[in-house]
Ligand binder design. Structure first.
Ligand SMILES: [Zn+2]
Length: 67
């Protein structure tokens, strides 16, 4: 089972959860406030990232992430 990263749009809580791929976007609930308004974060870095030297940094992660 893959690990997915989620962020609650209500309280901003970010958390990771192991879910089946077929259930990655169903039945989501924030563990902090219980809101169903949870977005799955696409971890582009770990998926297709690779070492592309020269690319402008900062393209990693979801928009408005940490920095
Ligand atoms: Zn929440």
């Amino acid at each position: 089972m893959p690990m997915y990263e989620y962020r609650c749009t209500e309280c901003g809580k970010q958390y990771e959860q192991l879910r089946r791929m077929t259930e990655a976007d169903t039945g989501l609930m924030c563990p902090q406030c219980g809101s169903p308004e949870v977005q799955r974060q696409i971890s582009a870095c770990s998926i297709g990232g690779g070492a592309s030297s020269g690319a402008s940094g900062g393209g990693c992660g979801p928009r408005g992430g940490f920095s």
